[in-house]
Design a protein around this ligand. Structure first.
Ligand code: CP
Length: 305
């Protein structure tokens, strides 16, 4: 694996290997990498979880973290993303983590740079490390993916999390369903839309999405309470979920909108577990990109323990 910019190009085997490796790391930890490695975290959009869990992952792996704040960087003097990334490559960064509002930008950088690029979210494009941590969380629950019914619920059209997860879950043999307002449906995704009332009854995994207000061009006329009632996870709907079913949300959560605030930490919620798994998932990706995780055969998974 040279870069980690999309779930599209990943085979079932590649995804499963990363999931299992991240799961091992989450349970047992891992030794620091051998040698000195610098990571450049280039975040041009706000982030709490992704940015900070990359920092924790990098430090746990013994990497030097080159923090970057776009608002006091030479980007404010007009420097391009390409020249910024090339600068980090030139001064010795071994890895670039990029979050940016422009879809496909991580792919473009990956084609131009000789060091690995990780997509930490590109506009409405993809968010593959979020998907990986979601998959780790599902794996810890069910130990396999084949045939699981996963419903992705909410602002599908504007969600990079929805896109990466729909692709990866389908590659892994899950039955993927979508649910949400008509205006926010994305018909480029080849999965059936169902109602939220049906979703809660069939889902093994209910994956809620944040409303992406920052990507909307049309002012919404509904109230938060109306959205929750029509499309969100209410107390009544949660009560109709299967006993074994779990709730995921990439966060940040709009409490009382996508989900009743009383359900954010309910028994079947895995929302904070997802965040915890984010560190291990990102460690597994970095380790693989820096060729420190071996060839990801079963024996190599545990080689560096
Ligand atoms: N889930 C996620 O990407 O959160 P942040 O925007 O806080 O990184």
């Amino acid at each position: 694996m040279k870069h980690f910019v999309s779930m599209k190009e990943k085979s079932e085997t590649e995804i499963l290997q990363l999931v299992k490796r991240a799961n091992v790391i989450s349970q047992k930890g891992v030794k620091p990498l051998t040698g000195q490695f610098f990571a450049a975290n280039l975040f041009f959009e706000p982030s709490t979880r992704t940015k900070m869990s990359f920092v924790v992952a990098q430090r746990r792996l013994g990497m030097e973290v080159l923090d970057f704040m776009s608002d006091i960087s030479s980007v404010t003097k007009g420097e391009s993303i390409y020249d910024t990334a090339r600068t980090f490559e030139s001064i010795g960064a071994n890895l670039i983590v990029l979050r940016h509002q422009q879809e496909n930008i991580a792919n473009q950088l990956a084609e131009s740079l000789s060091i690995p690029v990780i997509n930490a979210g590109d506009g409405t494009g993809e968010h593959p490390t979020q998907s990986l941590l979601d998959l780790v969380t599902i794996y810890q629950e069910f130990r396999q993916f084949n045939g699981l019914k996963v419903v992705i619920a909410g602002d599908i059209k504007h969600s990079r999390v929805a896109r990466s997860n729909a692709i990866a879950l389908s590659t892994l043999g899950c039955q993927v369903y979508l649910t949400g307002m008509n205006d926010w449906q994305d018909n480029t995704l080849p999965f059936p839309y169902i109602s939220m009332d049906d979703a809660v009854e069939i889902a093994d995994v209910l994956m809620l999405l944040r409303i992406q207000h920052e990507r909307h061009h049309v002012h919404q006329t509904f109230t938060e309470a109306e959205y929750l009632e029509n499309y969100g996870l209410t107390i009544d709907r949660e009560a109709r979920m299967q006993a074994h079913a779990v709730i995921l949300h990439p966060a940040p959560v709009n409490r009382g909108v996508e989900i009743d605030t009383r359900l954010v930490e309910c028994e079947r919620s895995r929302i904070f577990k997802q965040m915890k798994n984010g560190v291990a998932a990102r460690m597994a990706v970095i380790e693989s990109l820096l060729n420190q995780g071996g060839n990801y055969s079963e024996e190599n998974f545990n080689k560096r323990q």
